[in-house]
Design a protein. Structure first.
Lengths: 243, 156
C-alpha cells in the first residue's frame, strides 16, 4: 500500500480516537439496577422529627464520617413570638447525641434535619475544575475521590454548607445518599434508622412512589428555592424562618 | 510552484505542530481514565466504585427474614414502624455471620433518647421525665421495647 505522508498524518489521529473508544468498552451495570430508571431525592417531614440524632449517628457509622464533620445533621430552631426573623438555631455536635431539654417557653420549636439536597442544577458540580464531582444519571451528587484535588471550590459553592474537606483524605466529602445502599435496593442509613419516619428516600421516577401523592396534598418546600438549585430534598411543613 | 519552494520552512514548522498534536493525543490517551466522558465530564467508573461499597446497616427486611417472632411482637404495637437497627445499631456483620452476637442496647439511655420530655418535641409524641416516671428502674421492667404499651396488669 502506497501511503503518502499526508494521508498518514490524517489517519493517525483518526485511528487514535477510534482506538480510544474501543478501549472504553461498554459500561458495566449491576444486573438489577438501571440508572436511567431512577431520580433520587428525599422527603423530610418536619412535624415528625423528634431530634433524637439517630440519623446523624447512623450516617457516621455507615459512611465512616470523621468526628466533627457531618454528611447530615439536625438543627433545632426556636422562634420567639416577637422575633420571627431571627430564630435561635442550635446544633450541638450536629445533633448527634440529641438536644438539651427545652423548657416550656414562648414561641415555637422544631427540628430541621439537613443533608446534601442532591440538586439537579447543583452549584457545587459546576465549579469543579477537574470533573471530580458530578450529578449521576440517577440524580445523586457524588464526588470521585480518586480524581478530586481538594481545592475546596465546591465546599464554598454549596449554598447549604453540605460539603467538607476530609481531614485525612484531603479531598471533598459529602452525602452520597448512601449510593452503595440505594443501588442495592436498600434505603439510606439515615432513613433506615429514623424511628418516626421523618426522613424518607424518594424515587421521583417511580410512578408508584408515595412521594407523588404527598407532594400533591402537602405544603412542601425546598431550602433556598430562590437560588434555583433544583434541590431534591423536600421539606414538609417547613417554617419560613428556616434558612 | 516557486512560491511554495520558498516556503519550505513554513511546512516544516507546520509539521512540528502536527507532531506535537500527535504527542498530545498519545499522552492524553494514557493520562485520561478510560471511562471519563462516559456519562458526562467525569469518570464514569467512579459511579460503580461507589455503588460497590459494602453496607453496614443490613436493613429491616434482612432482620425480619430470621427474627419472625420479633416481627410478630412488633407489628401491632406502637413501635411497628421503628426499624430494628434504629435501636440495635448497624448489624450487617451479624446478618452475614450470625455467630457475631450484637450487644443489647441499654434501655435507660436508648428509650430516653427519644422519649425524654422536651418542649421542643412535637406535642403528640409520647414523652416522660425519666427520673419521675420510673424512679430509676430500667424501662423494660414494665415495657417490652418491641411493643411498649403496658402489658396486662399495668397501670394503663
Amino acid at each position: 500500500m502506497n501511503l503518502s505522508r499526508r494521508h498518514f498524518l490524517v489517519l493517525v489521529p483518526a485511528a487514535a480516537v477510534a482506538w480510544k473508544s474501543v478501549l472504553a468498552g461498554t459500561p458495566e451495570e449491576s444486573p438489577n439496577y438501571k440508572m436511567s430508571d431512577h431520580w433520587w431525592g428525599m422527603l423530610i417531614d418536619i412535624p415528625k422529627c423528634i431530634g433524637c440524632g439517630n440519623c446523624v449517628r447512623a450516617c457516621q457509622t455507615e459512611n465512616d464520617v470523621p468526628d466533627g464533620h457531618f454528611r447530615t445533621w439536625v438543627e433545632r430552631y426556636h422562634v420567639t413570638d416577637e422575633n420571627m426573623v431571627n430564630p435561635q438555631v442550635i446544633s450541638p455536635d450536629g445533633g448527634k447525641e440529641g438536644f438539651p431539654v427545652a423548657e416550656e417557653d414562648a414561641g415555637k420549636y422544631f427540628f430541621v434535619p439537613k443533608l446534601c439536597n442532591h440538586c439537579a442544577d447543583s452549584p457545587c458540580t459546576q465549579v469543579c475544575p477537574v470533573g471530580a464531582t458530578f450529578t449521576s444519571p440517577d440524580g445523586v451528587v457524588l464526588v470521585d475521590q480518586k480524581y478530586c484535588l481538594g481545592c475546596a471550590y465546591c465546599v464554598q459553592a454549596c449554598p447549604y454548607g453540605c460539603r467538607y474537606i476530609h481531614p485525612e483524605k484531603h479531598v471533598a466529602d459529602k452525602c452520597t445518599l448512601c449510593y452503595h445502599r440505594i443501588t442495592k435496593g436498600l434505603t439510606t442509613a439515615c432513613c433506615e434508622s429514623c424511628p418516626t419516619g421523618a426522613r424518607q428516600l424518594v424515587d421521583l421516577k417511580n410512578p408508584k412512589d408515595p412521594i407523588h401523592e404527598f407532594l400533591k396534598t402537602h405544603s412542601v418546600q425546598v431550602l433556598k428555592p430562590q437560588m434555583a438549585t433544583g434541590a431534591k430534598v423536600y421539606y414538609n411543613d417547613l417554617d419560613g424562618s428556616v434558612r | 510552484m516557486s512560491a511554495f519552494k520558498e516556503a519550505g520552512h513554513l511546512f516544516r514548522f507546520a509539521g512540528l505542530f502536527v507532531l506535537a498534536f500527535l504527542v498530545f493525543l498519545v499522552v492524553r490517551h494514557y493520562v485520561v481514565p478510560k471511562s471519563f466522558g462516559q456519562y458526562g465530564h467525569y469518570r464514569g467508573a467512579a459511579i460503580g466504585e461507589m455503588a460497590a461499597r459494602p453496607v453496614k446497616f443490613a436493613g429491616h427486611e434482612t432482620c425480619e427474614g430470621c427474627h419472625t417472632d420479633i416481627l410478630d411482637a412488633k407489628k401491632n404495637g406502637k413501635h411497628a414502624h421503628v426499624n430494628c437497627e434504629a435501636c440495635h445499631g448497624a448489624l450487617a456483620n451479624h446478618a452475614d455471620d450470625p455467630s457475631i452476637k450484637p450487644v443489647l442496647p441499654d434501655t435507660a439511655v436508648l428509650c430516653a433518647r427519644c422519649h425524654t420530655t422536651s418542649a421542643a418535641k412535637p406535642k403528640g409524641f409520647p414523652q416522660v421525665v425519666p427520673a419521675e416516671h420510673s424512679n430509676g428502674l430500667p424501662c423494660e421492667t414494665c415495657h417490652n421495647p418491641h411493643s411498649p404499651a403496658m402489658s396486662a396488669g399495668g397501670a394503663k
